[in-house]
Write a protein that binds this ligand. Structure first.
Ligand SMILES: [Zn+2]
Length: 91
């Protein structure tokens, strides 16, 4: 048995999790689902295409967002939000 599987857990229960760096995305933040290719737009607030599972905030700034594609149930972990703020937070 592969070591990443815990006792009694079936592999099918584990959702696919992708990591997406926003600094590599061109444009206004839209991106295709890494699994099924559906367009996920931050402007879309209907939750038809995706829903937000978790937000991680560092102070006042968004640091990480975990969304789930409603079409294929993949989870996508979004990082790199600092570029959307227009300045380097480390400086
Ligand atoms: Zn998908």
């Amino acid at each position: 048995m592969p070591s990443f599987l815990k006792n009694g857990e079936k592999e099918k229960k584990q959702p696919l999790v992708y990591k997406l760096d926003l600094t590599r995305i061109q444009g206004d933040g839209e991106f295709p689902c890494p699994n099924c290719g559906v367009t996920i737009s931050p402007e879309d607030e209907t939750e038809d295409v995706y829903c937000i599972l978790e937000t991680k905030v560092d102070g006042q700034a968004l640091e990480e967002l975990i969304v789930q594609c409603n079409k294929c149930a993949s989870q996508i972990r979004l990082i790199g939000f600092h570029i959307l703020r227009g300045h380097c937070v480390a400086c």
